[in-house]
Design a protein around this ligand. Sequence first.
Ligand code: ZN
Length: 273
Amino acid sequence: MKKMIITCAVSGAETTKKHNPALPVTPEEIAVSTYEAYLAGASIVHLHVRDKNGNPTQDIEVFKKAIELIRQKCDIVIEVTTGGAVGMTPEERLQPVRLSPDMASLDCGTVNFGDEYIVNTLPIMREFAIEMEKYKVRPTLECFDLSHIYASHVLIKEGILKPPFHYGFVLNVPGGVPYSSENLNIFVSRLPLGSHFTVIGIGGRASLMAHFGAIDLGGFLRVGFEDNIYYSKGVLAKNNAELVERAVRISKEAGLEIAKPQDVRKLLKLKEG
Ligand code: ZN
């Protein structure tokens, strides 16, 4: 049986300290929160960074600083975002890939994001995939919609995306596909054979329900303040680690072993060192 890979998305682009005062914002805070998540059992960190004013940025120098600080503490697999934040240009979003991190998110289509939207055309996806291949970065193919999975098939047929494929299903974004086991089932059924997938439920209830759905269908889990700031209804999570700890507990109850970073590196064939 596969080991359970837990990704922690420690900050994201949208959440602020007003939503949850424990949100890590500076590179130093992000590194500490990542280390706590790692100690709790996370093997991948999904990384966004902020500028001095706390606004989302894709500035390569800020990513570099955060990655250096994380690397001083642990060997957690580092996945940078290329989704960035609403309104950023593709060139802006792509910057941190040039630091050659272990992994990067690759959004597989255009999607509503509340009242805003994120644009990802096939040419943008190709550009991102080619750049990731150049820097030996394993993409997480983020799909917010069924059509996004089909868009990934196009790039696979073109030979631009290479196995092993790792998908991230982002469910319950306002204006997108809600989380339900039925919807998750359909997404999983359209994956290329042998693909791996992580389930991301946005908001407290969807995030927790996604734990059970993912475990049931052989997928992996993502938790963290990017997706959900609550531990339970109306109760803020104390920190990212608390959410990781629960994911570990549920996985173990289901009879799963928790993956270490080296397990992820092997399974997803990440580049050495
Ligand atoms: Zn993200």
